[in-house]
Design a binder for this molecule. Structure first.
Ligand code: HEM
Length: 230
């Protein structure tokens, strides 16, 4: 079991994400987004999306920084005050993301919601795995203390062993089952990346910085003859 999930699975997930991601980009480039559902239920989208993104982005940045710089992360939480502060902020952000994902799921679930019809099987799979991920994450923070202390000595060296192409499952083998589930479903999200609306992550509109201005012009009688430019 460990040999598959902590040795092969991370590579399977990355290969799927990269190969299928490139394939989708070249065969269906205009689907590289998270299709908007704003017109179908805008208020719940606003609150769900804001809580979700404001909660999850800092948490993922913290995961990434602690993985890339484990010694600095361990030093940063060596004082009890700093450890407690970080854990409290982490947990508050986790609750914010749980509230966000619950709202995003709820707005699609309503029996009278027009959105329900527009929700694909893959949308449901993605929402379920994201919900599992944040709930197990908050569970770890609450019940397997103190994550920010043991992460630099378990998950981080395991990540690096994967990067060095010499995976060492022993680093995470002794962790409780639901902590391991959090790691495995973390890689499931990477594998799902090209098959779901998660692809919008690579469409952050940085090209807006250098692309030419869009020319917008009025159509119809009201705008006849009016220039959009000042
Ligand atoms: C394999 C990749 C991952 C590993 C090794 C990992 C590891 C961890 C660990 C050790 C904690 C406990 C931190 C603490 O108690 O302070 C945690 C918490 C958390 N994780 Fe992950 N995680 C991974 C991927 C993800 C992903 C992809 C998401 C979200 C999409 C996520 C969401 C969370 C959340 C919401 C928390 C609770 C917030 C906190 O207290 O820090 N994790 N994760």
């Amino acid at each position: 079991m460990n040999a598959f999930f902590f040795v092969a699975w991370p590579y399977v997930a990355w290969v799927l994400a990269i190969v299928a991601g490139i394939y989708r980009y070249f065969t269906a480039r205009y689907t590289y987004s998270s299709l908007s559902s704003e017109m179908l239920a805008s208020r719940s989208l606003f609150w769900g999306s804001v809580s979700w993104h404001y909660g999850i982005i800092p948490i993922l940045l913290a995961h990434l920084l602690a993985g890339v710089f484990p010694s600095a992360a361990a030093a940063a939480v060596s004082r009890p005050g700093a450890l407690l502060g970080l854990e409290v902020v982490g947990l508050a952000l986790a609750f914010l993301s749980i509230l966000g994902i619950a709202t995003l799921i709820g707005r699609r679930l309503g029996t009278r919601s027009p959105l329900r019809r527009e929700t694909s099987g893959m949308d449901w799979v993605l929402l379920a795995v994201l919900a599992l991920q944040v709930v197990t994450g908050a569970g770890i923070a609450l019940f397997v203390r103190w994550g920010s202390r043991w992460y630099p000595y378990t998950a981080a060296p395991w990540f690096w062993s994967i990067v060095r192409l010499d995976p060492d499952p022993a680093k995470v083998a002794a962790l409780p089952g639901f902590v391991q589930l959090h790691f495995v479903s973390g890689f499931l999200l990477i594998a799902l990346f090209p098959f779901t609306r998660l692809v919008h992550l690579v469409t952050v509109p940085v090209t807006y910085l250098w692309r030419p201005y869009q020319i917008v012009s009025w159509l119809g009688r009201r705008g006849a003859g009016r220039s959009p430019m000042p």
